[in-house]
Design a protein around this ligand. Structure first.
Ligand code: FA5
Length: 340
């Protein structure tokens, strides 16, 4: 038979010694756990002589209720004290200004692309997305460049492990996809996207860059339409103070062909590597769609004509914002990118 008075005294003394929550929990386990001393005392009621059993049982129950109530009180007190302490020591100063979250922004190339889209949208052009991974047939042959055509040397590319499948060197193969999809309707689209070339990187040439292709097909489309479209575009994009120059050129898929330059005055200190002393930076190639290409797209050159152009948005952004090196675009240097 357990001496309940001694047990109560021991439990109270131990409870008083508890100063934190872990100690209180240990106390609870000691007296009220599975083999806890108070529970054992309660269970022992059967071994008490019958005449004392009732009073023993009552006393044991009182002791249990009393101790548990004291335990709950002590626990609440300790918790309140801990909270009070942490409020004192871990003071939160809600008057401090917050840390601003760094804001992202569109990459300069995407900003420039959007400016270009907006201008052509106003002229009634739609955007057509064409694939970046092309076959040799569409990138070259259907654009009037059979194997061994010398013009292919200008556009060496990256090859995949599948023969004949390459990364496109220009957006012009998109012309074939558009024509075949939209025939016989008139066409007025731009085709933006990435191009890839295996070539020497310089201040004005990267191995990956954007182009925005343009294609207009219809009846009685002339070179005057091409000139007018390009001039109107350049005026809106660069403003009236920039000059552009249109000179004749050669592309196998246009006839006649032209190239378009924007002025970059020789006395501008950064123009040296870019305009190579000419005072001009080439920003696009263009021309009247070659009859062979029209036919590959399904359009009869006796009935239809059209013009096409391919411009470089990074080159355009270089001129617009005075950027001296195209390599800045893909370096991912935030000091450069966050200026725009
Ligand atoms: C072409 O790629 C022709 N497909 C353009 C064309 C389209 C002509 C339709 C006729 C009709 P070119 O290689 O010149 O042409 O490239 C066109 C433009 O893309 C250049 O004027 C330049 O702005 C940009 N570009 C070309 N190569 C690079 C390069 N390595 N890095 C950055 N921009 C480039």
């Amino acid at each position: 038979m357990v001496d309940l008075a001694t047990l109560e005294q021991a439990a109270l003394t131990a409870l008083q010694a508890c100063t934190d929550e872990p100690a209180l929990r240990a106390w609870n386990t000691r007296f009220f756990g599975k083999h806890g001393e108070v529970l054992q005392a309660l269970k022992g009621v059967g071994a008490v002589p019958p005449d004392q059993r009732k009073s023993y049982g009552q006393e044991a129950n009182r002791l249990k209720e009393d101790l548990l109530a004291r335990y709950e009180n002590a626990l609440a007190e300790v918790r309140a004290r801990t909270l009070e302490q942490s409020l004192q020591t871990d003071r939160l100063d809600i008057t401090l200004p917050g840390r601003p979250a760094p804001r992202g922004r569109l990459h300069l190339s995407n900003q420039t692309l959007r400016q270009i889209y907006a201008i052509f949208a106003d002229m009634g052009f739609q955007i057509y997305r064409s694939r970046e991974i092309e076959d040799d047939l569409t990138n070259f042959e259907l654009l009037n460049m059979p194997p061994h055509h010398p013009a292919r040397d200008m556009w060496d590319t990256f090859y995949t492990t599948t023969p004949g499948v390459i990364l496109r060197t220009h957006t012009s193969p998109g012309q074939i996809h558009v024509m075949r999809e939209l025939f016989p309707r008139p066409i007025r689209v731009i085709l933006p996207g990435m191009c890839y070339r295996y070539e020497q990187i310089t201040a004005r040439s990267e191995i990956m860059f954007h182009q925005v292709e343009g294609l207009v097909i219809g009846e009685k489309i002339t070179m005057a339409d091409l000139k007018g479209t390009i001039t109107a575009f350049a005026r809106r994009l660069f403003g009236p103070e920039r000059q552009i120059r249109i000179r004749s050129s050669y592309f196998p898929f246009t006839e006649p062909s032209i190239e378009v330059d924007v002025d970059w005055p020789k006395d501008d200190p950064i123009s040296g590597d870019i305009s190579k002393g000419t005072g001009w930076l080439e920003i696009m190639g263009a021309g009247m769609v070659h009859p062979v290409v029209l036919r590959h797209g399904g359009y009869d050159p006796a009935k239809y004509s059209g013009f096409a152009f391919g411009m470089g948005p990074e080159r355009i952004a270089m001129r617009k914002y005075g950027i001296d090196d195209i390599r800045q675009f893909w370096k991912n240097d935030l000091r450069f990118l966050s200026q725009f």
